[in-house]
Design a protein around this ligand. Structure first.
Ligand code: NAD
Length: 347
């Protein structure tokens, strides 16, 4: 079995190595194929998101990815296709997702006994729209006077996201799908997002659905997290809410993610490249270990996915091997090693 690996930068290479070590402990005999991205791709192909890497990703279909830094005010990148067409994206990460047409970003936040305090019972899966919203890169400056950005919402993208969320709810026996929006203040675009969601909700009468404003939702997630089950939301709100949810269950270093399309998927943490701790060997690799488990479930290796999730949660709950973000002094690879040993003992 061949799977792609994109190391990224910052803490990317450290947590990718740790997650790969844990997956390899399951003994699936995976052949990992390195796909150059960011600085590594610039060195080889002269572009941070080269078509050579995009083609490798299209061929291999499934990959595990480390985070990539995006410079403030300089994130935009243009990809030039073989047929001469080009597309500008707001960041390298956005370019990878959209070149592959990955349309939903699924980010589960599940409380962990001994780690998550008041949010131990939290079990929320955010389904973030991944192709449009304010991350469409349709923005420009008007000299030194102003700047404007188009918030794109299409029926096609909103319906396919909503349908994905309801199908997911059915498959995993989830009770409710909630749409999070700001349709009071942004009544036309967020109003349309809500309308498209409600149209799909009517097709799934077996699953409860409701909606909340995004501002109130941050409060409810903090105070009454059990109000939420599966969440459907726009690109930007999903970006922000998933970091919040990871923090609520204990650390950004616990936030896993899956970017899914019809013909491939890239699995990456909810967080960024954490330059403040990069190179120190102290990043929490749980985010990418859980992302790798989502990847294994996606390709039908459910048994290994369950093994990784159970062993990682058990190591965390026992609080013997915690990285500094959770109050311990275990290293990134020290944590991965503890999980790998637990996997070897797993019956
Ligand atoms: P960040 O998510 O990298 O870090 C925020 C805070 O969380 C930092 O204090 C960091 O040390 C901590 N943190 C994050 N991951 C951790 C982990 N695994 N273990 C322990 N602590 C962890 O956010 P930022 O600092 O705002 O962004 C850094 C860079 O990452 C920026 O260039 C940004 O554009 C980029 N970014 C990339 C992605 C991606 O690749 N998908 C996503 C978000 C941000």
């Amino acid at each position: 079995m061949k799977l792609g690996i994109l190391k990224g930068n910052g803490i990317g290479p450290e947590i990718v190595e740790a997650a790969r070590y844990v997956v390899d402990a399951c003994g699936l005999g995976i052949e990992w194929v390195d796909i150059p991205i960011a600085e590594a791709a610039v060195k080889l192909y002269g572009h941070p998101v080269p078509q050579e890497s995009i083609k490798m990703l299209r061929d291999i279909k499934i990959a595990l990815k480390g985070p990539i830094s995006v410079e403030k005010k300089q994130g935009r990148v243009t990809c030039i296709h073989d047929d001469g067409t080009e597309h500008t994206y707001p960041s390298f990460n956005n370019a990878i997702r959209r070149e592959l047409n990955l349309f939903v970003c699924m980010r589960p936040s599940i409380g962990i006994p001994g780690i998550s305090g008041d949010h131990q019972e939290m079990d929320v899966v955010i389904m973030r729209e991944l192709t449009e919203g304010v991350y469409s890169a349709i923005e420009h400056r008007i000299g030194n006077v102003a700047a404007e950005c188009v918030k794109l919402v299409t029926r096609e993208a909103t319906e396919r996201l909503s349908r994905y969320a309801f199908e997911y709810a059915r498959k995993y026996n989830r009770k409710k799908v909630t749409c999070i929006h700001k349709a009071n203040a942004i009544s036309i675009t967020d109003g349309f997002f809500l309308e498209c969601f409600q149209d799909i909700a009517r097709e799934y009468s077996d699953i409860e659905s409701d909606d909340y404003f995004v501002d109130a939702s941050t409060y409810y997630l903090l105070k009454k997290p059990k109000m939420f089950d599966v969440v459907v939301t726009t690109n930007q709100y999903g970006d922000i809410l998933s970091d919040l949810c990871a923090g609520l269950v204990g650390s950004l270093g616990l936030g896993a993610g899956a970017n899914i399309g019809l013909d491939g998927a890239v699995f990456e943490a909810a967080h960024g490249s954490a330059p403040d701790i990069a190179g120190k060997g102290i990043a929490n690799p749980t985010s990418l270990i859980f992302s790798a488990a989502l990847m294994l479930r996606h390709i039908g290796e459910d048994e290994s996915a369950v093994k990784i999730e159970k062993c990682t949660r058990s190591i965390l709950s026992r609080r013997e091997y915690l990285t500094p973000d959770l109050g311990g002094n275990t290293s990134t690879m020290g944590f991965a090693d503890a999980v790998a040993k637990e996997i070897q003992k797993y019956q």
